[in-house]
Design a protein around this ligand. Sequence first.
Ligand code: RTP
Ligand code: MG
Length: 224
Amino acid sequence: MFARSARSIASMARTRGATSTRSMSAVAARVIATPLYAKAGLALATAAAGTTIIATSNNKAAQCDALPVYGVPGTNQERTFLAVKPDGVQRGLIGDIIARFEKRGYKLVGLKMVWPTLEMAQDHYADLSKKGFYGGLCKFFSSGPIVCMCWEGKDIIKQGRQMLGETQPLASKPGSIRGDFSIDLGRNICHGSDSPEAAEHELKMWFPEGVNDWGKAVDSSVYE
Ligand code: RTP
Ligand code: MG
């Protein structure tokens, strides 16, 4: 997913019109002086401690993250890009997929619904552009909204792929998301970054606005 340079979703979304990208959640637990910044209509401020604060006066949302959007690979703050594809959204599986990762103990730090343009789909799957199925794959990926997620935690890139299951649902074990919820290769309902390099590329591409570094109270019960 990183053969081409990342393209700003925000700029591509603008070409589709304002209704094509809708934020499902942009609430940060670590809100630092947000009301003040929001009242002032300040779009971007960097706090003295180095924490980046993005606030908009339109929706009063704030996002706080001192880390790069792709986190710190190899640590408990490793991050990956997971998506519910258009078929998963249609089938009402958003909640089931999110629940798997929440229940495992992973932390959701970014979440939004985006209806990708064909161009966005082509960029996302650029590494498969020589494959015969590329055209159909991109057409399908842009056929409806997807749910974009950034998940954080120990070994999340590899564990995320294992939790999704095999690319081919028929080869996926029961207990995996694809093994439990899908049958056909082209309708395997979810996507996950396949390497740290892919995670970095995809998170920069799908979350140019950044994500939320919030403190999870139960982490001491998840990590020893
Ligand atoms: P994804 O990127 O969507 O998470 O899937 P993946 O890594 O498991 O598999 P990848 O090789 O990246 O392929 C992307 C998606 O293309 C469809 N596909 N069709 N017709 C075919 O031979 C074929 N091979 C792959 C699948 O929907 C796959 O998820
Ligand atoms: Mg892939």
